[in-house]
Design a protein around this ligand. Structure first.
Ligand SMILES: Cc1ncc(COP(=O)(O)O)c(C=O)c1O
Length: 426
């Protein structure tokens, strides 16, 4: 017994020390392969797949829940943690290297500038947050709402899209309303009409998703925000599923606030969110978390990210993930997601035993397709795909399967899914 224990201890120490010893000196992943010339798309996307530590022979189709982190980004984070734990004593906090020891007290202008370029705004209009849920709450809790103000959601929100508005309705005696979305949603005008049917002279906030979590519907947000602005209504878009899945241009959309979770489609490490608030509106939004810069009137984005100590390696990983995205390039990245989404929907449309619950208007769909198969519940369908071909989409509710596709997926993997589903016809 003692011998066995000693062996296990030695073995686990060896397992621990081997990667740690090599860790500081050599890096396995880099951005170099991504700069490869794009001659043959098949070769290019196969190379991209190899940039992820995902296992061969298994297929991840659940990006709507969480994006897998590329090796380059993971390694940047792990390296940062190891390096600055070794070098902690050499760091002079006051000479500007404080951000290597902890995050939470610095404005991160460089990372915010990269994100500002990504969604087309000024970096001071951006706050780094942990995720979309923080974004919704920072906007909601920051607004000066009064009893009787109406707050409008749709009936297709994620908890990270409705929670704050329901809480505020209860706490401040506001009136909480939901517009009932068409299912499936194939006509942007129908969605627009559905929203404005619920709007009254007392509507203070329209808070809706840019992409609907369950169905992947890309909403006609520009038209809605334009009309809301004309009527003096504050607009907040839940873009948790958007940055990295579709092009997001907050100035073109004309929303007042926008938040996203970049650990989904931008493949940033878990805990990488952003909040945008238009510079003409942000002055009236109270800080929810307060520390040194709670009243900073020069940089409102920084004012709204006063969360105290966090992990600086996460910021390093977040930054690396934006570089990873930019190196592949927005058009190529978003184009590939769209190509794979369209490919999946085209295959499903041909099957009479499949009902697509997502939009089949290709202008309102991208990387998420949600569907049901006659005779099977969502969990049964998910299990069948895993058991037969090691494919992992996610069931949602009782009936549906939400199938996400991203740049690390291939048409061959989608073909495998289509083949299994075709075989389920009764
Ligand atoms: C539309 C939408 N909003 C909000 C969220 C919440 O995201 P997070 O947990 O990253 O805050 C999600 C998560 O799936 C989502 O799909």
């Amino acid at each position: 017994m003692n011998k066995r224990r000693a062996f296990l201890r030695t073995a686990s120490l060896a397992a621990l020390s081997a990667p740690f010893l090599s860790f500081d000196t050599q890096k396995t992943w880099s951005l170099n392969p991504l700069q490869q010339l794009y001659k043959d798309p098949d070769d290019y996307w196969k190379m991209i797949r190899k940039q992820f530590p995902l296992k061969e022979g298994q297929t991840y189709f659940n990006n709507g829940t969480m994006g897998p982190t590329p090796g380059y980004v993971l390694e940047t984070m792990m390296h940062h943690m190891m390096h600055y734990n070794k070098e902690a004593a050499t760091i002079d906090y006051k000479d500007g290297s404080g951000p290597e020891l902890l995050s939470g007290y610095f404005p991160y202008e460089e990372l915010r500038s990269k994100l500002a370029t990504l969604i087309n705004c000024d970096f001071k209009e951006i706050s780094l947050t942990q995720n979309a849920t923080f974004g919704m709450n920072f906007v909601g809790m920051g607004l000066d709402l009064k009893a009787g103000d109406e707050l409008l959601n749709t009936n297709q929100e994620h908890g990270g899209g409705f929670g704050a508005w329901q809480l505020l309705a209860k706490r401040k005696d506001c009136i909480y309303k939901q517009a009932i979305m068409p299912e499936p949603a194939n006509d942007p005008q129908e969605i627009y009409d559905t929203i404005f049917k619920e709007v009254t002279a007392r509507t203070r906030v329209i808070a809706i998703p840019h992409i609907v979590s369950v169905y992947g519907t890309v909403m006609p947000v520009k038209a809605i925000c334009t009309e809301a602005r004309r009527r003096g209504i504050f607009t907040v878009l839940d873009g948790a599923q958007c940055v990295g899945q579709i092009d997001v241009d907050v100035k073109d959309i004309g929303c007042d606030a926008y938040y996203s979770s970049l650990h989904k489609w931008l493949l940033s490490p878990p805990g990488s969110g952003l909040l945008y608030i238009n510079k003409d509106k942000v002055g009236s939004i109270w800080s929810t978390l307060a520390s040194y810069n709670w009243d900073n009137q020069e940089d409102h984005g920084f004012r709204l990210m006063q969360y105290g100590t966090g992990n600086p390696a996460l910021i390093a990983g977040y930054d690396a993930s934006v570089d990873f995205f930019n190196t592949i390039g927005k058009e190529r990245w978003l184009g590939r997601i769209n190509e794979l989404g369209t490919y999946l929907r085209a295959g499903l449309k041909d099957m009479s035993h499949v009902t697509i619950a997502s939009s089949t208007n290709e202008n309102m769909a991208a990387g998420i397709t949600t569907y049901s198969v006659n005779g099977l519940t969502g969990p049964e369908l998910q299990k069948t795909l895993w058991d037969k071909e090691r494919l992992q989409p996610r069931s949602v509710g009782k009936e549906l399967l939400r199938h996400s596709v991203h740049i690390y997926n291939s048409k061959e993997e989608i073909d495998k899914a289509l083949k299994v589903i075709r075989g389920l016809k009764q």
